[in-house]
Design a binder for this molecule. Structure first.
Ligand SMILES: *[C@@H]1O[C@H](CO)[C@@H](O)[C@H](O)[C@H]1NC(C)=O
Ligand SMILES: *[C@@H]1O[C@H](CO)[C@@H](O)[C@H](O)[C@H]1NC(C)=O
Ligand SMILES: *[C@@H]1O[C@H](CO)[C@@H](O)[C@H](O)[C@H]1NC(C)=O
Ligand SMILES: *[C@@H]1O[C@H](CO)[C@@H](O)[C@H](O)[C@H]1NC(C)=O
Ligand SMILES: [Zn+2]
Length: 453
């Protein structure tokens, strides 16, 4: 039986909805399953195709596997884990003071994260659920005065690849947070296979080795869940933020080095963000925009140069106030260097999100998911409404839609009636990622507000 429409916002009712008393709390109490969201940073969609991954295969058999998913541009860790509306680069910067902060230090800059979007932890807590997060990007920040209440932020210089550490973290999340403290939602982050993919390249034996470590870890997680009697009460989503591609090197490759481009002069630049993979941004000095732009445009066959407002609409990367006036991005295989090559990674990401190598994997298993089902690709913006639906919470206005993922759910969870009520999808600006929503530039329509049994 459907038990939905707990508030007046469920606009498109069904007969079953109308038949259920609005506030019958005896019967309307939803049986909410718990949810664990796991990210293995940089796990490309096809990383399981050249390595034995028995645990991932078992999980696919017991649950759902997507062929791949499409992350937002730019395909790097902070924006894809969060939202491009808030976070436009892995770096925090101030163009006046020239100050830059890297991935780790940005975790502690509240204004970098809290920029108009609310992560699911806060939304869940506001609706009475208990949320936790371990190492997930954005965990340390405060949003509208609120933090995720149960959390662990990694120390500086953390070894993201230590399998013993991984198991201790899993013991904490499953044993302490879900089992003892009865949390409803936890996000859990692992920094691999990203690190290994960068260092050794996505086609290296080291990367394959790391994928086996991920696979063992998936087995460990599922055993822990079983041991704590949570298998029938805990949904698990495992995915990643982006993929990885090989950086081209060697004599036949003409590297992109801005300093060497005729007519381009760093003296014309007030602030630059280059030497961080395939994406860069420039703030020219007063009156220098056109000169810089025309020097760079067309200067290298694999370098794309845009004025911020000219960025292709499909990248959803042109509107934000934090973007600098000139945006650069390279074709797969190339990185953008400033004065001379300083980047020696064998693998990179950050490229166009349509490039297959940038696509991450997606798996899900648990009491609300279908079994042994392979679904087609979808965009990662749709994970947020899926998670809200699984948790029975009202989502904030967002760019995703449950229609794109609900085929993964069992019929009892997949209650059409309330799902589509007034859900707004206004892609006016930037893509969003998993955890967050946008509340700028939104159309004022009700989102669906339903619980389902
Ligand atoms: C950048 O630094 C300047 C000087 O300290 C300060 O006035 C400005 O507010 C800072 N901007 C941002 C976005 O933090
Ligand atoms: C987001 O950041 C921009 C640029 O730093 C700032 O101007 C704007 O007020 C912020 N918006 C919110 C809602 O915090
Ligand atoms: C991995 O982590 C464990 C637990 O913190 C620690 O005892 C061990 O020394 C670490 N191993 C390496 C190679 O750093
Ligand atoms: C770059 O600009 C500076 C300052 O205007 C000038 O001194 C220098 O000669 C220029 N370099 C080139 C290569 O044009
Ligand atoms: Zn990443």
């Amino acid at each position: 039986m459907l038990l939905c429409c707990l508030t007046a916002f469920c606009l498109v009712g069904s007969l079953s909805c109308a038949a259920v008393p609005m506030r019958d709390t005896r019967r309307a109490q939803p049986t909410r399953n718990k949810l664990l969201l796991i990210s293995f940073d940089g796990f490309r969609w096809n990383y399981d195709q050249d390595v034995d991954t028995p645990n991932l295969d078992k999980m696919a058999k017991d649950g759902v596997k997507a062929q791949y998913v499409t992350p937002p541009f730019i395909t790097i860790t902070n924006p894809t884990h969060f939202t491009l509306l808030t976070v436009i680069h892995n770096m925090w910067f101030n163009t006046t003071t020239q100050e830059k902060k890297g991935y780790y230090m940005t975790q502690f800059v509240d204004s970098y994260w809290d920029n108009g979007s609310l992560p699911i932890w806060i939304t869940a807590q506001r609706q009475g659920l208990k949320a936790g997060s371990l190492h997930f990007p954005g965990t340390a920040a405060t949003y509208k005065g609120e933090t995720v209440r149960v959390r662990e932020v990694e120390p500086r210089l953390y070894d993201y690849s230590n399998e013993t550490e991984w198991r201790l973290n899993i013991d904490k999340v499953i044993g302490e947070w879900f089992h003892q403290q009865d949390l409803d939602f936890v996000s859990l982050y692992f920094g691999e296979p990203d690190g290994t993919g960068h260092r050794y390249g996505p086609d290296s034996p080291e990367r394959r080795e790391m994928v086996q470590q991920v696979d063992r870890t998936v087995g460990y997680i599922r055993d822990k869940i079983q041991n704590h009697g949570l298998t029938d009460r805990l949904n698990v989503i495992i995915t990643a933020d982006h993929g990885m591609t090989t950086v081209l090197r060697g004599a036949q490759v003409e590297e992109i080095i801005l300093y060497k481009i005729p007519g381009f002069n760093f003296s014309d630049i007030q602030f630059h963000l280059v030497d961080y993979g395939p994406v860069g941004m420039l703030l020219p000095k007063d009156g220098m925009l056109e000169k810089v732009y025309s020097a760079l445009k067309g200067s290298h066959p694999h370098l794309h140069v845009y004025k911020k407002e000219e960025m292709p609409a499909w990248l959803h990367y042109s509107k934000h106030a934090r973007l600098l006036p000139i945006i650069l991005f390279a074709d797969p295989g190339y990185v953008i260097n400033g004065f001379f090559p300083v980047q020696f990674n064998k693998g990179e990401h950050g490229f166009d999100n349509q490039v297959m190598d940038m696509k991450p994997f997606f798996r899900a298993v648990g009491p609300d998911f279908q079994k042994d089902l392979v679904v087609g690709p979808f965009e990662t913006v749709n994970v947020y409404p899926l998670m809200c639906h699984l948790l029975g919470i009202n989502p904030e206005i967002n760019d995703g839609h449950l229609d794109n993922t609900k085929q993964m759910l069992l019929p009892k969870k997949n209650t059409e009636a309330c799902m589509t009520a007034g859900q707004t999808v206004s892609r006016v600006s930037l893509s969003l990622a998993w955890l967050s929503v946008k509340n700028l530039l939104q159309e004022q329509k009700a989102v669906h507000r339903c619980f389902t049994p």
